[in-house]
Design a protein around this ligand. Structure first.
Ligand code: ZN
Ligand code: ZN
Length: 181
């Protein structure tokens, strides 16, 4: 399995906090969602066809919500605050620029506390090679629908995988023993 670096998209919005609550400091709320995009490479035909099997919530990583109080929006302060909480200096640097720009928007009242929401959508790309046979029944994939084991993405017939987990009560992938979550 070949995994490409993660792609990130940021959606960010700043609003002024209501004046009667102005004793509050500014707040940055960060929502993080992780997706995985599965791409299937078919090498049988000689050429290398790539088919996307869609994007799903990453079964290996849970989403998170983080709420942080901010004293100000100077770039160095934003970075220090984020890096400490996120433990990821690349993401913190990337996010800092967007938060700084958004805090400087002209239509926001100057000197008033802000509420900034950041939605981070990250997508990890996983490239798979199309397998020819199902390792449960040893039959090929031509006629029946293929399904993937959640997490390790090994390929089986949908019916075979259903039988393996639901009726026979197994709790891991028959090829690599990746657990069912
Ligand atoms: Zn099968
Ligand atoms: Zn597996």
């Amino acid at each position: 399995m070949d995994t490409k670096s993660t792609e990130r998209f940021l959606h960010i919005r700043a609003t002024a906090r209501v004046q009667s609550y102005s004793w509050y400091s500014s707040e940055v709320v960060i929502f993080q969602n992780h997706h995985v995009e599965i791409l299937l490479q078919d090498k049988r035909s000689g050429s290398c066809l790539i088919e996307t099997l869609g994007s799903y919530l990453d079964p290996c990583r849970e989403g998170s919500t983080l709420s942080l109080d901010f004293d100000n929006f100077t770039p160095s302060y934003i970075f220090r605050r984020l890096a400490k909480e996120l433990n990821d200096s690349n993401l913190s640097r990337y996010m800092r620029d967007y938060i700084f720009d958004e805090s400087q928007r002209r239509d926001l009242p100057q000197g008033q506390p802000l509420l900034i929401t950041v939605l981070v959508e990250s997508t990890r790309r996983v490239y798979l090679e199309r397998e020819e046979t199902c390792a449960i029944c040893l039959d090929d994939f031509e006629s029946k629908t293929m399904s993937m084991f959640p997490g390790c993405y090994h390929q089986f017939h949908r019916e075979c995988l259903c039988e393996w987990i639901v009726r026979r009560g197994h709790d891991s992938c028959p090829l690599c023993r990746h657990p069912v979550k």
